[in-house]
Design a protein around this ligand. Structure first.
Ligand SMILES: C[S@@+](CC[C@H](N)C(=O)[O-])C[C@H]1O[C@@H](n2cnc3c(N)ncnc32)[C@H](O)[C@@H]1O
Length: 235
């Protein structure tokens, strides 16, 4: 496959306690690059982590890039990475409610926590080296952040604006599409990638099988990028 997006994920590193760029980060950057909507626009990267997607947006020629994360260490890491990449990213602590106060944006990109999480997740054997659980844990159905994000999307983006979200098939892609469409947005899956289970899903596979979320024996996950657009009002 030809990789069209900048190699920013290779140069951006995550400090301890911050989500290191992974396949979902790369897929979102690829979708953002292919979309062609970033140059000259006002972009928000919600759930920025290391800032990898925000930095890619700046490198693609965004006019302004804001980045929000609920975790102060992630914000500091994103600020350092943006400085090292010599791009301007306004990274701050915040969530979608913070974003609503500064909305609408032309483009919103997000790689939120979306991994279905069993009630006893704290007992799992997951290496600490892969980052903080708050970066992926998202409730039993994986939709703890996806639901409010999809529901406020029509207010986050302006007319003609675009939202790009990456998530797992296991966090109910159809529900994201339904919620975005019920808010009046046009929404579709624009990019997918099948990847082998990493340490988190491997630790959760038995539980996912037991609740019927995962066919027994399967150990692959489809990542999807959803693109939603707000039509311009006709005058
Ligand atoms: C999967 S990581 C994505 C990081 C980065 N955007 C990337 O693609 O590599 C999700 C990030 O969301 C942050 N986060 C979790 N809940 C959040 C919330 N309610 N609002 C903003 N950020 C949140 C976590 O701290 C974590 O940095």
């Amino acid at each position: 496959m030809t990789i069209l997006y900048p190699d920013v994920h290779e140069s951006v590193s995550a400090t301890t306690g911050v989500y290191a760029p992974q396949q979902d980060s790369r897929l979102l950057i690829e979708a953002m690059t292919l979309s062609g909507v970033v140059p000259g626009r006002r972009v928000l990267d919600l759930c920025t982590g290391s800032g990898v997607v925000a930095i890619a947006a700046a490198q693609l020629g965004a006019d302004q890039v804001s980045a929000l994360d609920v975790c102060a260490s992630a914000v500091a890491c994103a600020q350092d990475n943006a400085a090292q990449a010599r791009v301007r990213v306004d990274a701050r602590v915040g969530t979608w409610t913070t974003a609503l106060a500064a909305a609408p944006y032309d483009v919103v990109v997000s790689n939120p926590p979306y991994v279905p999480t069993p009630p006893d997740a704290h007992l799992e054997d997951i290496p600490v080296t892969i980052g903080p659980a708050a970066a992926w844990n998202a409730g039993v159905d994986g939709r703890q952040i996806l639901n409010p994000l999809c529901d406020c999307a029509p207010e986050l983006i302006g007319e003609g604006g675009t939202l790009l979200i990456v998530q797992s098939e296991f966090a109910d892609t159809e529900q994201s599409l339904r919620r975005l469409r019920s808010g009046g947005l046009r929404a579709e899956v624009v990019l997918t990638q099948l990847i082998p289970f990493g340490p988190v899903l491997t630790a959760r596979a038995r539980w996912m099988e037991s609740i019927g979320m995962l066919p027994v024996g399967r150990r692959q996950e489809e990542l999807v990028v959803i693109r939603a657009e707000k039509r311009r009002a006709t005058r």
